[in-house]
Design a protein around this ligand. Sequence first.
Ligand code: C2E
Ligand code: MG
Ligand code: MG
Ligand code: MG
Length: 291
Amino acid sequence: LRATSENEPMRAYAPSMGQIFLRRFQLVTQFRSALENGQISVHYQPKIALPSRQVIGAESLVRWKHPEFGRVDPDEFIPAVEATGLVDVLTDFVMDKGLERVRRWMDRDLRMSIAVNLSVRTLADEEFPDRVKEALDRHRVPPELLTFELTESGVMADPERALPVLRRLHTMGVVLAVDDFGTGYSSLAYLRQLPVDEVKIDKSFVLGMGTDLGDMAVVRSIVELGHSLGLTVVAEGVEDDAARDQLVGMGCDVAQGYLISRPLSEERFEAWLRARTVQVRGARDETVLTL
Ligand code: C2E
Ligand code: MG
Ligand code: MG
Ligand code: MG
């Protein structure tokens, strides 16, 4: 290719394959010490019921504040770490933090669940359900207040190994959700065969709903499909009132997105909750409502 004056500067700034490889290598080798040194934290993003707008729980989203690279996105470091056994250490870390939060909420009479994202690797780990059981017991949290989000591609990577793990988790009473639904295989037959309770519509469709009739049709069909299979339907990427109102009109059960809140650090999430906690007349417990 002949370099033109237009694309020359871009070439100069684009990282080389060697640089990309080196950065990935550094992320993998530094991950364990990053966990130990507190560089890895978990942020929480609320989920609300529709149409009541009651906060029903939060999704755990991991963050890495790297001393050299600054904030590193999970979309970059999770796939790198996934290739190693260390992702199991991450899952246990995130689950432990999340169950500690649920326990604190329970102690305040707040019944809210926590969602943890599972990687392909964890789905193939037959000892994982035992660790989940141990963590639930240790934190004295009922299984229905813990949700695992798994992607279609994660399950399809090795269904023979993933299915027994999923069945055991499901039998324990833990809630299972298919994340990013609509982007992978999304076959109806396959969704029916999985022991899942919840389907999360991928944010790309929800974000496009306002401007693209095709995206709107996809969202509407997933809501209908999910309900006909008896599943709870969650929409992620809800950024404005219009999207929320459309989802309410379609009968979608749960919403998550920047409209309600961005993912927040533990401290900021708790402050966000406290500012919205109300005593509903006649009810014994307090409830968290968003306006
Ligand atoms: P995900 O599980 O599908 O999480 C949703 C992503 O959408 C999050 O990105 C979240 O910050 C973002 N998001 C939420 N609301 C909105 C919105 O209204 N608009 C837009 N544009 N985006 C929104 P994030 O935090 O960068 O996480 C990316 C992915 O990394 C997650 O996708 C999940 O697959 C993975 N991930 C995050 N934490 C963990 C973890 O602890 N373990 C594993 N295995 N994967 C994780
Ligand atoms: Mg991201
Ligand atoms: Mg998720
Ligand atoms: Mg998603």
